[in-house]
Each structure stands twice: as structure tokens, then as C-alpha cells.
Design a protein around this ligand. Structure first.
Ligand code: MN
Length: 374
């Protein structure tokens, strides 16, 4: 029996789309995730004997030299402690290119670096006395033959644990550009555990007698790709594969939708935002519904200060409530005239598409007349 730390999609070197100081902070924190993984693997309480990296260790095929050095240093710590490490290139850190990190550093990459362009048995390892057959591949543009989901997987060996590592998508939906894997063929191959990378939200599925698991991305890339916040540890060699998730200390990305329709005053909105905030998270608060007051997003953001590592307010409201618009339209002012004109247009609009454009024009126009930008 042995325990495996299954990693995938660390995306080291990724810089999020955030203002400069926060971006660099999040970038540095993400690059420390590998060290955290190695620390976890070296923790004697975890009893890890094997570390699998199922693709997209790096965010691109040519990461910064200092990051490459640090990565090699961390993986060497595993080797020095007698923990075996297997690296499979992904689609972000594709091995295809001549200047790909895995081509340039192949000679000194710690552990086993998988380079076979088609599914193959790449090694038979001895792990804590167990025999472990390892099947894997490295997608290589122009060499890997894909004209549909991959089906030609080497069959499991009779004795020992059969372990597969792939970076791709189980069962092609047609819109997926990365390596498609045929679930039925994988099930028929008879592996005990299929360590997958590529799907960042993680997940697992029974495949024949084995278990296919997406470890998921531990540290998020953004509000739409927030990461799992947990490590995947697997016990093999003693009955069916057993998977456990261990919480990781990473900064969460959290997106909160807040309906503003019920609020009468900006202060109520401010209070509701404060209540929705997680002080340890990178946060986006999306305002929805209709506004019963003037929304001064910049002013609101300034009043909120820095209650968490990052806070982004996004106005996705439908604009002002009809009552507010009526009262603005009644004003003997430029903005009153503006609203009256556009409301006339709205009354004679051709269809819902045009009406929506006019509503947005009213909303943006009113903000512009106030000197606001959103
Ligand atoms: Mn990925």
C-alpha cells in the first residue's frame, strides 16, 4: 500500500488580470504553491511515496528562468527524500516547441519526465515494495495523432498497481481543444487509478474497475476559474483507490452576486457589501437588480477601503428603477432632457434588442453626465 500526491494545473508563472501591486502579490503566492505541495509530501504524517504532476505545472512552455530553477529545486527536495516524482507536460506547458522548458531542461529534470507522444507504458516503479505500472503520454503537436478521442491505451499489467497519468478531457464534447480521452477505452484498459489534469474544478468518475480523478487547480486564476483550495491524496495498492482532499492554504477567489433592488440608500448597499466580504479572499461583488439611488461606484469603492486582499465592484444592474427615471425626466436639467429624449426613443423602439441598448445608453449617459465612467 502506498500514498500518492496527485497534482495538476498548478499554472506556475501565471499573472492574474488585476491591478499591478495585487497582481504581483498573487503571482508570487501562486509560485509558492509548489513549495507547499512539496512540504505536504515531505510531511511524515502524510506518508507520501509518489508525486504525480498531471500537466500544466507551468502556465506556459517558456517560464522565467528563476521560476524554472526554483521548480527544479523543489522537485529535487522530493527526490532527496526518496519520493518519486513523475511529470507529464500539459497543453499550457506543451513540450512541442524547441524552446519548451521540458526540452531545454530534460537532462536535469528531477524524477521521470514523460515525453512519449502517444499513450504508453512509461515505467514500472517499485513504490514501498509494491510494483506500480505507469501509463502516460505527453501531447506533442504534429506527432500525437488525434482525430477523435484517444482510444489506444496499453492494457493494464496482471500484477501490481496500474496507474495512468494524462492531461486531457475525458470524452470529447466537440468544443474542447485539448487532448480528448475516450472514457470507455480507458475503462477497458483496466487501470486502478487514472490521474488527470486539465479540468480545473476537479472531479472524479468510476472507470471500469478503477477511478479517474481530476485533481483540479489548487490556487485559482480568477473569479471565473477560482481553484479548488485543496490537495488530492490517493491511497493505492490495497483494494480500490481511495481519494482524500486536504485543505490547502491558498488565497480564495470569491464572487458574490448582490441584488441591490431592495436598498433605498447607498449606505444600505455599503453595509450589505461589508457583510458579504470575506476578509481573507480576493473578491468580486457583482451588483444586480435595479437601483433606487445614484450609484457612485468609485466613491463606494473608496469608502469601503481595503477590507480584503482585493475587492472589485462590478455594476451589472439593469439601471435605475422606473420611479427614479421618471423623477429625473421631470427635472428642468440637461440630464432631465437626456432621459426624456431617450425615453421617447424607448417608447418607439423596434424590439427588445434595441430597447436594451437604449436602457444601457440611459444608464451610461447619466453616469457620464455626473462625471462617472461606468
Ligand atoms: Mn490547466
Amino acid at each position: 500500500m502506498f500514498r500518492v500526491l496527485h497534482l495538476a494545473d498548478l499554472h506556475l508563472g501565471y499573472r492574474p488580470d488585476l491591478p499591478a501591486p495585487v497582481r504581483e502579490e498573487v503571482y508570487r503566492a501562486r509560485n509558492r504553491v509548489l513549495q507547499a505541495a512539496v512540504d505536504l509530501a515531505l510531511d511524515p504524517r502524510q506518508g507520501i511515496s509518489l508525486v504525480l504532476i498531471a500537466g500544466d505545472l507551468f502556465d506556459n512552455h517558456r517560464p522565467e528562468a528563476s521560476l524554472v530553477e526554483e521548480t527544479i529545486r523543489q522537485l529535487t527536495r522530493l527526490e532527496a527524500a526518496g519520493i518519486q516524482v513523475i511529470t507529464v507536460p500539459g497543453n499550457h506547458d506543451e513540450i512541442t516547441y524547441n524552446d519548451a522548458v521540458y526540452r531545454r531542461e530534460a537532462g536535469r529534470w528531477p524524477g521521470l519526465l514523460v515525453t512519449d507522444p502517444m499513450p504508453a507504458k512509461v515505467a514500472t516503479l517499485k513504490v514501498k515494495g509494491d510494483t506500480c505500472h505507469l501509463m502516460a503520454m505527453a501531447y506533442t503537436g504534429g506527432v500525437t495523432r488525434v482525430d477523435g478521442p484517444l482510444k489506444a491505451f496499453p492494457p493494464a499489467e496482471g500484477e501490481g498497481v496500474n496507474l495512468a497519468v494524462f492531461h486531457g478531457s475525458l470524452d470529447w464534447d466537440g468544443g474542447e481543444r485539448s487532448l480528448p480521452l475516450d472514457g470507455e477505452a480507458l475503462a477497458a484498459a483496466g487501470y486502478d487509478y487514472i490521474a488527470l489534469g486539465h479540468i480545473h474544478r476537479g472531479g472524479q468518475r468510476r472507470l471500469g474497475r478503477g477511478l479517474a480523478v481530476y485533481a483540479g487547480m489548487v490556487a485559482g486564476k480568477g473569479f471565473a476559474d477560482p481553484g479548488t483550495g485543496s490537495w488530492t491524496i490517493v491511497t493505492l495498492g490495497d483494494g480500490p483507490a481511495r481519494v482524500e482532499q486536504v485543505p490547502a492554504r491558498v488565497t480564495p477567489w470569491r464572487l458574490v452576486d448582490l441584488d441591490v433592488t431592495a436598498f433605498q440608500e447607498p449606505e444600505e448597499l455599503e453595509t450589505a457589501i461589508r457583510e458579504a466580504l470575506d476578509p481573507g479572499a480576493l473578491m468580486q461583488v457583482r451588483l444586480t437588480g435595479s437601483l433606487a439611488f445614484d450609484l457612485d461606484l468609485e466613491g463606494l469603492q473608496a469608502r469601503l477601503g481595503h477590507p480584503c486582499p482585493y475587492l472589485e465592484l462590478v455594476n451589472e444592474t439593469a439601471g435605475w428603477t422606473p420611479e427614479i427615471l421618471e423623477s429625473i425626466a421631470a427635472e428642468p436639467t440637461i440630464r432631465g432632457l437626456f432621459v426624456r429624449r431617450l425615453q421617447e426613443k424607448l417608447a418607439g423602439s423596434a424590439g427588445p434588442g434595441e430597447a436594451e441598448v437604449i436602457r444601457r445608453a440611459i444608464f451610461r449617459g447619466l453616469l457620464a453626465l455626473k462625471g462617472g465612467s461606468r
